[in-house]
Design a protein around this ligand. Structure first.
Ligand code: ZN
Length: 279
């Protein structure tokens, strides 16, 4: 029933129904129409990373581009490959001030000051994840619709400049949804499970490839019920909320990556998924 309803919605509304919100800032998304007359086979890249090409209901193509959180504000361009002459699409990256978050963890916590073995483990795991974010598969046809991966209050926690016990750390590259331990976590959009594991910082984690460089990562799970290679539909249960890895309490951490840029997951959700609260 759910699929039929989704299909009818797609038919009646066109694919524009599911498009993400635009926000041309670091950690945001821009949508750029592809000029008419280019060969069907053209590809686009932002830096080295291939870009998602979507089609609207009339068959017009558009690029859906993620802007990395560390991008410099100012002029930027996407390069179109595969046409007779080299073409670029120019756009401009604005600024956004993300807020600071101060977290206190017990001083002896290994996640605050990891030892050499833990750091080596983290380096291995980070490399593995980065390789997945760089993949560009043919899973899925166009931009998929998204729903929140678990029930709970949505928070503006993406991009927070974090401090653990007053020491500056890497910015927060996803959204945290506080939720009770054991609550179902679902695939926020259809795709293929590409990785599951138990990681030092992220805890039990599932990564889902939605296709064309669009990838979700769901972390700190108490239990994983999906396995690599599973094809999942939006709404399929992939695990349970927990607080494994570095987590101060049970919550779901959700990262969305587009052309290898981690972007604010709030932007891919329909406007009705709001309201939003500050951390
Ligand atoms: Zn988080």
């Amino acid at each position: 029933m759910r699929c039929l309803a989704a299909l009818m919605m797609a038919l009646s509304c066109g694919s524009a129904f599911a498009l993400p919100q635009q926000s041309a800032v670091p950690g945001g998304i821009v949508i750029l129409p592809l000029p008419a007359g280019l060969p069907e086979t053209v590809t686009a890249r932002f830096g080295e990373d291939p870009v998602f090409i979507d089609k609207d209901s009339k068959g017009e193509r558009r690029l859906i581009l993620g802007i990395p959180l560390n991008a410099e504000p100012g002029p930027a361009q996407v390069v179109i490959d595969g046409s007779k002459e080299k073409q670029t699409l120019d756009f401009s990256i604005g600024t956004k001030q993300y807020t600071e978050q101060h977290i206190t963890l017990p001083a002896g916590d290994k996640h605050i000051n990891p030892g050499p073995e833990e750091l080596a483990r983290y380096a291995r795991e980070a490399k593995e994840q980065q390789a997945i974010y760089k993949t560009f598969s043919e899973n899925g046809a166009g931009w998929p619709g998204f729903v929140t991966p678990t029930r709970g209050e949505l928070t503006e926690t993406f991009g927070l400049k974090r401090f653990f016990n007053d020491e500056a750390r890497a910015p927060h590259l996803g959204m945290d949804i506080p939720a009770p331990e054991g609550q179902a976590v679902i695939a926020p959009a259809s795709g293929v499970v590409v990785q599951t594991g138990d990681y030092f910082f992220n805890g039990r984690t599932v990564m889902i490839d939605h296709g064309h460089g669009l990838i979700s990562m769901l972390c700190h799970l108490s239990k994983i019920t999906a396995k690599a290679g599973d094809r999942v539909r939006q709404g399929d249960i992939i695990g349970r909320v927990g607080h494994t890895g570095r987590a101060t309490g049970p919550h779901l951490h959700w990262t969305v990556s587009l052309n290898n840029a981690r972007i604010d997951p709030l932007l891919v959700l329909p406007a009705a998924s709001k309201p939003v609260s500050k951390p």
